[in-house]
Design a protein around this ligand. Structure first.
Ligand code: PCA
Length: 219
């Protein structure tokens, strides 16, 4: 087995919705080539914020890198914390057009696919690891119904046939400079976002059995 065999694929999205910046894209060059462990390496991949094309991009990355772990990243402007997503649903219902102008409503991501898939990352250990750094993190039970959920669902659907691969999705808050989107929230600096994602990648590689602490909420 070659030394780089444990490849971690991290994906991020191009900017969307008229905003010039997407922190998930900014992190990609910072993560590419990083070794979270002596026998593991991160490869990063940029996805278009376009229904369908994003999954074609994902297919290309999966075929090229044959990863053991996949952490897909996106930005959620309304979130003040790094949000580790628990569930992807089989639904495209776009509030705004994607970057190719498409705005699907009430469409499945995969016709006749199951209603949902759960993340196979150690999601609670991941949240815990980010909080241990003193950074804001939360477990989230919705990845929305736009291109992020589309990629998350498509990813889990593809990997359902490959049980050895751990995968999931993380929504990042805005950067402090994205003032127009923050509406009073503080934002999270790129260096802190990088530390958070690195902690999540390490947890994905190291934690065999997730923490058994409640992630339940009533809101
Ligand atoms: N966030 C969007 C799509 C791309 C991104 O970074 C979403 O939450 O669906």
């Amino acid at each position: 087995m070659n030394e780089d065999r444990r490849t971690v694929l991290v994906t991020g999205f191009e900017p969307f919705g008229g905003d010039p910046v997407n922190p998930s894209e900014r992190l990609l060059p910072l993560l590419d080539g990083w070794r979270p462990a002596p026998t593991a390496v991160v490869r990063s991949w940029r996805l278009p914020c376009v229904f369908g094309a994003a999954l074609q991009g994902l297919d290309e990355a999966l075929a090229r890198w044959r990863p053991e772990v996949v952490v897909a990243l996106g930005m959620a402007a309304s979130r003040a914390a790094v949000s580790v997503e628990r569930v992807a649903i089989n639904l495209d219902d776009a509030r705004i057009p994607d970057n190719a102008g498409a705005q699907p409503v009430d469409m499945p991501v995969v016709s006749n696919g199951p209603a949902a898939y759960f993340s196979t990352l150690p999601i609670k250990a991941a949240v815990h690891a980010v909080r241990e750094l003193g950074l804001p993190a939360e477990l989230s039970h919705t990845a929305g119904t736009f291109v992020c959920n589309h990629v998350f669902y498509g990813l889990m659907h593809r990997l359902a046939a490959r049980p050895g691969v751990r995968a999931g999705f993380v929504h990042l808050p805005c950067l402090p400079e994205q003032v127009q989107l923050l509406q009073g929230r503080p934002g999270l600096a790129i260096g802190d976002q990088l530390l958070a994602v690195q902690a999540i990648v390490r947890a994905a590689l190291d934690v065999a059995v997730d923490l058994r602490i409640s992630g339940g909420r009533v809101d």
